[in-house]
Design a protein around this ligand. Structure first.
Ligand code: ACO
Length: 325
């Protein structure tokens, strides 16, 4: 049997030059390196320069992903940008990335699922490519959360950072065997009853302003451990793989304690969890491709490895994607 399976050909990342450490933050709000690190695992985050847009970050990550995939921009016919911090309300920042890369083929659009954005975007690309509607996709997660933080609110401004990551995905005719490379499956969930636990208090249709991020931290924490554990277990059950067979877990990087709690709850080997939260903080939709990029650059993820990505974010939204690298 032969079928179209989307294969990830290359990955790239981009972090803005400016690094803001916990010590730097302690000069702005009443906090300390000790408090932030103990509660979250975060030591530093990158902050976009003035005038540096989400689409600029995404373009840099996309260029690196294209180079590593050995794919030319002109051969991309789908761009999906996961972001909650677009350059403008419209048009989609994905079309700015498309224009920056000189692409005129196919379609480009933004997808909004907050911190789960990359998982939702990769799953969307998977379905478009499997159907044969598009051939080669750039899936980008890019964020400038520094622009929607309330820098006087110590309970939120210490948690987030800016950055971008991208992957090139190509539909290939493969046998359909489990050891073929490619995206094996994805699971996506949302529950809008919790939309006020993590939200931005502005928007074009409500206040006419951009607004600032607001969060009920403890409740988000509680739901995150439960939802992430459930989605991993459901994905494993449907795929037929056990947790032991997964080579690498590449989670959304919100908080080390959420990841430790999840690992304990379902018995994951902590050594198999890729963590970048210490240096990147929570970059929302960019965090998974940035973490993938780190684990590919340092040689942890190798071709043939089973990689499980998962995320949970505002909405709530949550999901997982299982890939044979
Ligand atoms: N520095 C010092 N003290 C602080 C800070 C800070 N940056 N922020 C809050 N505090 C204080 C509070 O004022 C409070 O003081 P009080 O007891 O005198 O009132 C105390 O610390 C405890 O505050 P809590 O909010 O109860 O602290 P908690 O232990 O819940 O930790 C945290 C807060 C880290 C935000 C935690 O709730 C959390 O990790 N939640 C998950 C949030 C998250 O990761 N969201 C990301 C988006 S969702 C996702 O991606 C999964």
């Amino acid at each position: 049997m032969s079928l179209l399976r989307p294969v990830i050909l290359g990955c790239g990342g981009y972090l803005p030059e400016t690094v803001l450490t916990n010590a730097d933050l302690a000069k702005i709000v009443d906090t300390s390196d000790e408090w932030i690190h103990e509660r979250t695992g975060i030591r530093a985050r990158h902050i976009a320069a003035e005038g540096e847009l989400t689409s600029d970050l995404g373009t840099e990550a996309a260029l690196q992903a294209l180079e590593r995939a050995e794919v030319e921009a002109k051969d991309i016919d789908l761009i999906i940008l996961a972001t909650s911090t677009p350059d403008n309300t419209f048009p989609a920042s994905a079309v700015a990335i498309q224009a920056n890369l000189g692409i005129t083929l196919g379609a480009a659009f933004d997808l909004q699922a907050v911190c789960s954005g990359f998982v939702f975007a990769l799953s969307t690309a998977d379905n478009f490519l499997k159907s044969g509607q598009f051939k080669r996709a750039l899936v980008v997660g890019a964020e400038t959360f520094s622009r929607i933080l309330d820098w006087e609110d110590r309970s939120t401004c210490v948690l987030f950072g800016d950055g971008a990551g991208a992957v090139v995905v190509e539909a290939q005719k493969l046998s359909g065997a489990d050891n073929d490379r490619g995206i094996l499956m994805s699971e996506l969930r949302s529950d809008g009853r919790h939309r006020e636990k993590l939200y931005v208090d502005g928007g074009p249709s409500s206040t006419g302003t951009v607004g600032h991020l607001r969060m009920h931290g403890r409740e988000v924490f509680r739901h995150a451990v439960t939802n992430i554990s459930n989605i991993i277990e459901e994905t494993l059950a449907r795929s037929g793989y056990s947790a032991e067979q997964i080579d690498w877990f590449v989670p959304h990087q919100a908080n080390k304690r959420i990841l430790d709690g999840t690992a304990r709850k379902i018995g994951l080997d902590p050594e198999k969890i890729v963590m970048t939260v210490e240096k990147h903080a929570n970059t929302s939709a960019a965090s998974i491709p940035l973490a993938l990029n780190v684990a590919l650059e340092d040689g942890r993820i190798q071709q043939g490895d089973l990689v499980l990505m998962e995320a949970m974010g505002g909405g709530f939204t949550w999901g997982a994607v299982l890939v044979r690298w």
